[in-house]
Design a protein around this ligand. Structure first.
Ligand code: F6R
Length: 614
């Protein structure tokens, strides 16, 4: 949700910033811009609507020489995507340029006050108010840029990660953050800053995660200095990044999404590694082992998440209730945070977020902690906000997910939730040890089962051609397959822009059945499980109304094979493990339909990977 990057040092500032913007483009691609301060102290701002490649075209004949610079890729909140609303924004006198990720809630009050002082605004954004305010304070108080930023941020309500440069100061960048991520990379006589570490991973592994309400003073040739908003000097913790450049490249695949779908045998292997010991009989998750009594004594578990992570959360509910016999509630984080929730210290709240930065999930986790609940985070992004703001937690370890549509993170989240449920069941003695061992042994083979499912790729590619131009899709499932249906529908919607609804198969007859005709395909997830006979009836109900059916079934199925128009077979597995393998054909189906329609699957319209605004 907007990406910011900054660089100061001996390298080519423009090239480093543009490359960094490409890495951050998954966060938004409505417009892009760059501000460069050259060695003569001139401040040059170039910005355009559209993707980073548009900015590169625009800059082709421009002077891009610089000593320091900041850049931005935008996901629009205030003001339509346009050249004028693109960042960087600059102060009216042209002295400062600023990039911002976040939303300023009191921008209208601040803007009105500045206008009364004669300040003129160029854009419709909330961001412009920041740069105008900082410059106003700087001139009024005749103070340094760092002091002006500090005073301005004390007046601001909202979320921000900002970077500011000043004319005549090619050796300085000032940055600040609150509730939006900002990480600083410390290199050899050069310093980077960015919304995440991907723009500078090939230059340095030494990073500092700026904390809420901190200001960084980055000055060429001087050590990094960090201040708090109340002007105290902060201790600087340098951590080592565990990220490799190959994880950020497509590795021969045409899209990150396809690469990430095909990576799943490996990512699941990484996710499982070390977490099942004694040949399947013992679950070993450190965040769980260290907080045994919290989970043993929990009277209720509440899971909060958004989007795809919410679908994983719903599976978490089925898994935990089934195996651990604890009541589980699943809440959209955005609803939960404003619902005046009832929680106490006997509740365990699990916050799930791939990015670890989703504003609503982060806020929900903070509220739950304030109310005394024990908050456990499940994230993919090491060093992100949710792992830092929760009492304990665990990572899914699937590597950076770049494709905007989540794939490998979903299966990683479901895997971790399955292990968590097995682990809690073992601690609470709610499941037979032999059963835990049987499932644990199968989990160890999940990567092989996923590899087998991926062999459906060519069949699904051919199948996608039949349904590319369908205008609506219905996804149906029961029990563990219901959240899979929701996730399959979301995948199709977000990258192909085809309307799709996920529904509990039995609920279909209470309404959506009216939609069924030969024009609307139904994707029915129907593996062999305790609801199989029930879903066979639902399959028949769709067929009886002339609907076309694509069914995901267990290998060897003969009943549904005779009713459905197309079947995709997956290996037989214990019921609780089927979601991981049944979701993969749905990822491939949505990918190929979107490709057939010529859509940009890695950067679907209006979406961004990390939703750091409300
Ligand atoms: C869909 C998708 C989104 C995210 C949601 C939450 O493919 O990726 O729905 O799942 O924005 O993001 P995280 O998991 O980062 O909190």
């Amino acid at each position: 949700m907007c990406g910011i990057v900054g660089y100061i040092g001996k390298g080519n500032v423009y090239d480093i910033l543009i490359k960094g913007l490409h890495r951050l483009e998954y966060r938004g691609y409505d417009s892009a811009g760059i501000a460069l301060v050259d060695k003569d102290g001139k401040l040059k701002v170039y910005k355009t609507k559209g993707k980073v490649s548009n900015l590169e075209d625009y800059c082709q004949d421009k002077n891009t020489e610089a000593g320091a610079g900041i850049a931005h890729t935008r996901w629009a909140t205030h003001g339509e995507p346009s050249d004028k609303n693109a960042h960087p924004h600059y102060s009216e006198d042209g002295n400062l340029a600023l990039v911002h990720n976040g939303t300023i809630e009191n921008y209208k009050i601040l803007k009105d006050a500045l206008e009364q002082h004669g300040c003129k605004f160029q854009s419709e954004t909330d961001t412009e108010v920041l740069v105008q305010l900082i410059e106003y304070i700087k001139v009024k108080n005749n103070c340094s840029l760092a002091d002006a930023v500090r005073e301005a941020m004390n007046q601001v309500v909202g979320a921000y990660a900002i970077a500011v440069v000043e004319k005549d100061k090619p050796d300085t960048i000032i940055a600040a953050r609150k509730s939006s991520p900002l990480v600083i990379g410390i290199g050899d006589d050069e310093t980077f800053l960015a919304s995440d570490a991907t723009p500078f991973v090939e230059y340095t592994k030494d990073v500092v995660y700026l904390k809420d309400e901190e200001i960084a003073i980055i000055k060429q040739g001087e050590p990094l200095k960090v201040l708090t908003l109340d002007n105290r000097e902060s201790k600087i913790d340098v951590t080592t990044l565990e990220l490799s450049i190959s994880q950020l490249e497509k590795g021969g695949y045409p899209h990150f999404m396809l690469k990430e779908i095909f990576e799943q045998p490996d990512t699941l292997r990484d996710c499982i590694r070390g977490r099942i010991i004694d040949g399947g009989g013992k679950i070993n998750i450190s965040g769980l082992n260290d907080n045994k009594e919290k989970f043993c004594e929990a009277k209720r578990i509440v899971i909060v998440a958004c989007g795809t992570s919410w679908h994983a959360a719903l599976l978490g509910k089925y898994l935990i209730q089934d195996m651990c016999r604890i009541p589980v509630e699943v809440e959209y984080a955005s609803e939960f945070r404003y619902s005046n929730p009832v929680l106490d210290d006997k509740d365990v709240v699990i916050a799930i977020s791939q990015s670890g930065e989703t504003a609503d999930t982060l806020a929900a986790a903070k509220i739950a902690r304030e109310m005394g609940a024990f908050v456990f985070g499940i994230s993919n992004s090491v060093g992100s906000s949710i792992p830092r703001e929760t009492d304990s937690g665990t990572y899914i370890h699937v590597g950076p997910e770049i494709g905007v549509a989540s794939t490998k993170a979903f299966t990683g989240q479901v895997m971790v939730l399955t292990l968590l449920a097995l682990g809690i069941a073992q601690m609470r003695n709610t499941m037979d040890e032999a059963k835990i061992k049987e499932i644990g042994r199968e989990v160890l083979h999940i990567p092989e089962y996923v590899q087998e499912v991926l062999k459906l790729n060519d069949t699904i590619e051919r199948l996608s051609l039949i349904y590319t131009y369908a205008r609506n899709f219905l996804y149906l499932g029961r029990g563990y397959s219901y959240p899979v249906a929701l996730e399959g529908a979301l995948k199709l919607k977000e990258i192909s822009y085809i309307h799709a609804e996920g529904y509990p198969a039995a609920e279909m007859k209470h309404g959506p059945i009216a939609l069924i005709d030969a024009e609307m395909p139904s994707v029915i997830i129907a593996p062999q499980d305790h609801l199989y006979e029930k879903i066979v009836s639902n399959v028949q109900q769709v067929k009886a109304r002339g609907g076309n059916i694509i069914a995901i079934v267990t290998k060897g199925d003969t009943v549904i094979r005779n009713i459905a128009d197309h079947v995709l077979e997956v290996p037989e597995l214990p019921e609780c493990l089927t979601p991981i393998i049944t979701s993969i054909p749905l990822q491939l189906l949505s990918y190929y339909i979107a490709i057939n329609k010529g859509k940009d699957v890695d950067m679907p319209r209006n979406l961004a990977k990390s939703v750091t605004v409300e």
